[in-house]
Design a binder for this molecule. Structure first.
Ligand code: ZN
Length: 74
């Protein structure tokens, strides 16, 4: 399944990455379950890998229920 509901809105890998990063990624992989809980609300966290620029690859984490998000650079 590639589409998920985040904060009540349906997102794709690209729009999820955009939500986390604040701008459209050059490329985004599939949305995956991050297997962790949101530290703010205990909600389910999903992750997506994306490239904010040609030289960077980031894994973004996003809570499905609130505004919490986090990024990890690989
Ligand atoms: Zn949350």
């Amino acid at each position: 399944m590639s589409n998920r509901v985040v904060e009540g809105r349906m997102v794709t890998a690209e729009s999820l990455a955009e939500l986390i990063e604040g701008e459209s990624p050059m490329e985004a992989t599939e949305i995956e379950d991050a297997d962790r809980e949101c530290p703010d609300c205990g909600g389910n966290v999903i992750s997506v890998g994306y490239m904010p620029s040609v030289t960077a690859f980031v894994t973004g984490y996003k809570c499905q229920d609130c505004e919490w998000s986090e990024t990890e650079e690989d």
